[in-house]
Structure formats: C-alpha cells, structure tokens
Write a protein that binds this ligand. Structure first.
Ligand code: MG
Length: 260
C-alpha cells in the first residue's frame, strides 16, 4: 500500500531532508585522502544528532554503523571502518535521518583527488540519471516512466544499472511501497499521485550490472571489480511536480512551494 503524505507530514520530511542535506554537504568536504571511513561515519553520527535527528541506518536490520560508505567497486551498503580514502577513490555516502518519526534518505558519490576521466563520467551520468527520473515525477505519470528514464540515460552512456537493489517509497519507514527500480518500461506500474514520497537512487556500474554481497553480510560489490556510482534524494510528488525534500536550502523551487 502506498502511503500518501499530508502537507503537514511533507513539512516534517522537508525538515528532516534539509537537516540531512547539510550533514551531507559537510561529509562531502570531509572525504579527503588519508581519512578513514570510520571517521566520516563518526562525524555523520554527531552532526545528525546535533541536528535533532537520529541516524536511521544505525541498527537497521542490524547495520552496525550510522551511515553507509562504499568505495570504488563497492556499490552500496558498505560498512565504515579503518579503510583510508586514497587518491582517485570514488567514495559513495548514503545517509538516513529520522526526525519526528519521519525519514529522509540521500546519497552521493564523492570523487576524491585525481579521479580518472571515465570514473568522473560515471559519477556525472549517475547524477544526470537521477534528474532524468525527477523530470518524470509528475502526477499522472507512472512509476515505470521514472524507472525507465534512469535506465535509458545510463545505458545510452554505456553503463549499467544494478537490478538486485532498488529505490523505495519512504515516510514513517525507510522502506515503504512502492519499490523504485532503476529499470523498467514507460507507462507501467503505479500512477504517481500528489503526496507520494520516493527515495530515487540510481546505482550505476561502469561495467556489468552484476553484484554480490561480501561476507560481512552488507557490502554490495560489483562482480567484475569495476567501480560503481550512486546518487539519491528523497522526492515528493506534488501537484506542481517534484519536490526534492533532501535538497540544500538554496535554489530549491520546493521551498517556495512549501512556503506558499
Ligand atoms: Mg534509499
């Protein structure tokens, strides 16, 4: 069942999303050569709590840390630890924050130092694919329009989308209906309606789409060892179109919509 949110609930989710976007901005800056991923995790935990939130991933199905950090061939769900960031790494951050019972979820891949042109293109295409999806987030469209927009953009660039893991509805729970795959057919799936809130998260591999889970039970890696990239925001469908709940303060049309 898809939970449609009230304006009041969307306001809470926007508060959570704005807080999370500020934390993310600081974490992006903290991703530097020589820094341990566990240090990024500790910073995230501190900042999320200072913002009045709870780090939602901590303890979620037993996840041991406050955020996910996945490096290079690690696609998603990496566990922060003693690994030090190296020059040329692609560092994917994925964070969830809960305020007043509502979730915000976002993620980004940070290129650190001298990243190869091909890997930079991977990161760029992943982010572009997200915005292609957002263009489809208007009432009356179908979820398949969103999914296929991601897939088309990624595959046209010569990359592939992961199929075993997908985006999701979000609200009082991190994972709500519907699932939001990064592949699909236009015109299929549930109709988008105002009040729907979706975590849209292209997961894009440079090579094959195949992934496996490491023995730690969490970390999702590419089978071919090539890098993966990630980009996620929590998005609300409104009468006026998409509202990026986890966007930074400046330049968000959604802010005007919420204020009005
Ligand atoms: Mg998510």
């Amino acid at each position: 069942m898809i939970n449609l949110k009230t304006q009041h609930e969307l306001d809470i989710m926007r508060r959570a999303g704005l807080a999370l976007s500020k934390v993310t901005a600081e974490l992006i800056d903290a991703c530097r050569v020589g820094v341990k991923t566990a240090e990024i995790d500790r910073l995230a935990d501190r900042r999320i709590r200072e913002a009045g939130g709870r780090p939602g991933f901590l303890g979620y199905n037993g996840f041991p840390k406050s955020i996910c950090i996945s490096v290079n061939d690690e696609a998603v769900h990496g566990i922060p630890g003693p690994r030090r960031i190296q020059d040329g790494d692609l560092v994917s951050l994925d964070l969830g924050l809960v305020i007043d019972g509502f979730w915000a979820d976002m993620g980004v891949t940070v290129p650190v130092g001298n990243v190869s042109a091909e890997n930079m293109r991977l990161v760029k295409v992943t982010e572009e694919a997200f915005w292609k999806a957002v263009e489809q987030c208007v009432p009356g469209n179908r979820l398949g329009d969103v999914s296929s927009a991601v897939q088309r953009h990624v595959e046209a660039a010569g990359f592939s989308v992961i199929r075993q893991f997908v985006g999701h509805g979000i609200g009082r729970n991190m994972h709500e209906d519907p699932q939001v795959p990064n592949f699909g057919r236009p015109g299929t799936g549930p109709e988008l309606k105002p009040g729907m809130t979706l975590a849209i998260e292209p997961m894009v591999n440079l090579g094959s789409p195949d992934v496996y889970i490491k023995p730690d039970g969490w970390t999702v890696c590419t089978v071919d060892g090539l890098p993966s990239s990630y980009y996620e925001h929590t998005v609300a469908i409104t009468k006026e179109g998409a509202l990026i709940l986890t966007a930074a303060e400046a330049g968000l049309p959604a802010d005007r919509a919420l204020a009005g």
